[in-house]
Ligand binder design. Structure first.
Ligand SMILES: [Zn+2]
Length: 145
């Protein structure tokens, strides 16, 4: 199963996230090249309920946009960036992203779900801990010590 299939499957079954407003909107969608706009539209395929092409491009900083406008195939970057944006939204809402299903242990957070059953000094859930946001926890019998 591809990342996109896993993401789409997980989103459909487990979550009711809402679209996040773009961080900045100084560029209207029509100001991007057709290549970049088309790539952004394709990059959010399967994630349309969580991020729009306009929202994806609005999260880029101007120097990223300039490089992507000059790129012959911006889709791989935009697809990865779209997944990262949606997964960040998941994490901020206390929901483990689709491939973070392995019980792990963070020195700061304790038992958490990550992408591998590992022990780490710090983890992405540390951000949630520091902001008093929810952290999903694995069952006690699955904890990595
Ligand atoms: Zn942590």
């Amino acid at each position: 199963m591809s990342y996109l299939e896993m993401l789409t499957d997980s989103i459909t079954k487990e979550t009711k996230l809402t679209k996040e407003a773009p961080l900045n909107s100084f560029n209207s969608f029509n100001s991007y090249s057709d290549t970049l706009a088309d790539a952004a539209s394709e990059a959010v395929t399967g994630m349309n309920q969580y991020i729009t092409p306009e929202g994806l491009l609005a999260k880029l900083v101007p120097c990223d946009i300039a490089e992507l406008e000059a790129c012959t195939d911006p889709l791989p970057f935009l697809r990865s960036f779209a997944i990262a944006c949606v997964w960040t939204d998941f994490r901020r809402q206390g929901i483990a992203p689709p491939t973070w299903g392995k019980p792990a242990t963070c020195d700061k957070c304790g038992p958490v779900y990550l992408w591998a059953p590992i022990k780490v000094a710090g983890c992405p859930w540390c951000w949630n801990r520091l902001h008093n946001l929810r952290i999903p926890r694995p069952p006690a019998d699955e904890v990595v010590l």
